[in-house]
Write a protein that binds this ligand. Structure first.
Ligand code: TYM
Length: 332
C-alpha cells in the first residue's frame, strides 16, 4: 500500500523498561502509523543524560528498549529505528533553535519544574533546554505528526512555537508539527495508586512493565488501590478506580468492560472480581510481547545492525533538512 507523504517522528528515553503508559501512550500508535506514514522512531539517549548521568547501562538499556519496541509491534523493515546519538545534525539544529528559545518559557515548562524539584542538586542546562533538543529531534526530519502521550503535549506545543519562529525569521523550512493519537485526545495511563502517571523509573509496584512475569502482574493488580465501592448510583469514579477502568477498556473485551461499568453504576461492583479479570486480560496481552522481547535481546548484534541501518536512513533525511536550514540562515 502507498504510504501517506507526511512524516512521523517519535522517541523514547532509554531510562528503564517499557510500561503500559509507554505502550498505550506511544508504541501502539507507532505500530499502526508505520504502515500509513513515513516513520522515524528513535532512542533518546542524549535526553537521558539530563537525569541519568551514569552511562554504564546505556548500551544494555538501548538493546533492551529496541527489543521491546520490536516485540511491541515496530517492524524495522517498515519504519526507521535509530539512536539519537548517531545523528550529529540534531545538535547542530539544537544550537540554532536555542537562539529562538527564551529562558522564561523554558523555566515555566512543567517537566523542567518537576525534574528540578526531584534533582535540586543537578539542575543542569541540558534539563532547562530539554524541550529545545526535543524540538530538534522532531524538526530535523521536517515531521508533521508526533505520536506521544499526554505528558509530552507541552513539549510539542513548544516545538510548534520554535518552528513558527524559525519560519517567520528565516523563511519557511519546517512544517508545524502536531501531537497525534488515534484515540480521542492524547492518552495518560495512571499509576496503580492513582496518584500520578505510570513512569519508567519510579513506583515499581504501581507500574506494570511489559517485562513483568505473570504472577507479578497479578500481584500488582490485586494490590492496586480500591475502596468499598460507590455509595450512590452513577457516581463519579475516583482517579484510582478510573485508572483500572481505563486498563480494562484497553485490554479486556467490550462485554467485560460493559459488565463492570454497569456494576459500578448500580453500586454492586466487586473490585476483587474485576481485578482478577483485569489481571488475566493483562497477562494475555503482555506475555507474547515479553517473550518476543526476551528472545530478541539475546541477539544484540542483530539490534546493532537495525540501529546502524536506521541511522543511515535518518542521517540522509537530517542532512537534507540541515542544508535547507543553513541556506535559510545564510550559511553556505
Ligand atoms: P518518555 O521516554 O518519557 O516516554 C515515551 C513515550 O511514552 C509516553 N508515556 C505515557 N503515555 C501515557 N501514559 C503514561 N503514563 C506515559 N508515560 C510515558 C510519553 O508520552 C512518550 O510518548 N521527551 C520524551 C522523549 C523524546 C521525544 C522526542 C518524544 C525525546 N525527543 C521527540 C517525541 C518526539 C520522553 O521523555 O518520553
Amino acid at each position: 500500500m502507498e504510504k501517506n507523504k507526511e512524516i512521523v517522528l517519535s522517541g523514547i528515553r532509554p531510562t528503564g523498561f517499557l510500561h503500559l503508559g509507554n505502550y498505550f501512550g506511544a508504541l501502539q500508535n507507532w505500530a499502526r502509523m508505520q504502515y500509513e506514514y513515513e516513520c522515524y522512531f528513535f532512542i533518546a539517549d542524549w535526553h537521558s543524560l539530563t537525569t541519568h548521568a551514569d552511562t554504564r547501562e546505556l548500551r544494555s538499556n538501548t538493546i533492551s528498549l529496541v527489543s521491546e519496541l520490536i516485540a511491541g509491534g515496530l517492524d524495522p523493515d517498515v519504519c526507521t529505528i535509530y539512536a539519537q546519538s548517531d545523528i550529529l545534525e540534531i545538535p547542530e539544529l539544537y544550537l540554532y533553535l536555542n537562539m529562538l528559545a527564551y529562558k522564561g518559557e523554558l523555566e515555566k515548562t512543567v517537566t523542567f519544574k518537576e525534574k528540578a524539584r526531584k534533582q535540586p542538586e543537578n539542575i543542569n542546562a541540558g534539563l532547562l533546554t530539554y524541550p529545545v533538543l526535543q524540538a530538534a529531534d522532531i524538526l530535523v526530519h521536517r515531521s508533521h505528526f508526533v505520536p506521544v502521550g499526554k505528558d509530552q503535549e507541552q513539549h510539542i506545543e513548544m516545538t510548534r512555537n520554535f518552528a513558527e519562529r524559525f519560519n517567520h525569521r528565516y523563511g519557511t523550512v519546517f512544517p508545524v508539527p502536531k501531537a497525534f493519537s488515534y484515540s480521542d485526545g492524547l492518552i495518560k495511563i495512571l499509576s496503580l495508586d492513582g496518584t500520578g502517571k505510570m513512569s519508567k523509573s519510579e513506583q515499581q509496584m504501581n507500574t506494570i512493565y511489559l517485562k513483568d512475569e505473570d504472577d507479578l502482574i497479578t500481584k500488582k493488580i490485586m494490590r492496586a488501590k480500591t475502596d468499598q465501592g460507590p455509595q450512590s448510583p452513577n457516581s463519579k469514579k475516583p482517579d484510582y478506580i478510573e485508572g483500572l477502568f481505563t486498563l480494562l477498556s484497553l485490554v479486556s473485551s467490550a462485554e467485560v468492560l460493559a459488565k463492570y461499568e454497569d456494576d459500578f453504576n448500580h453500586c454492586r461492583i466487586r473490585y476483587g472480581d474485576m481485578k482478577k479479570q483485569l489481571a488475566i486480560d493483562l497477562i494475555r496481552f503482555i506475555k507474547p510481547i515479553r517473550e518476543k522481547a526476551a528472545a530478541l535481546q539475546n541477539d544484540p548484534a542483530q539490534i546493532d545492525e537495525i540501529l546502524a541501518k536506521g541511522a543511515e536512513k535518518a542521517r540522509k533525511s537530517a542532512s537534507a533538512t540541515l542544508s535547507e536550514v543553513r541556506k535559510a540562515l545564510g550559511f553556505k
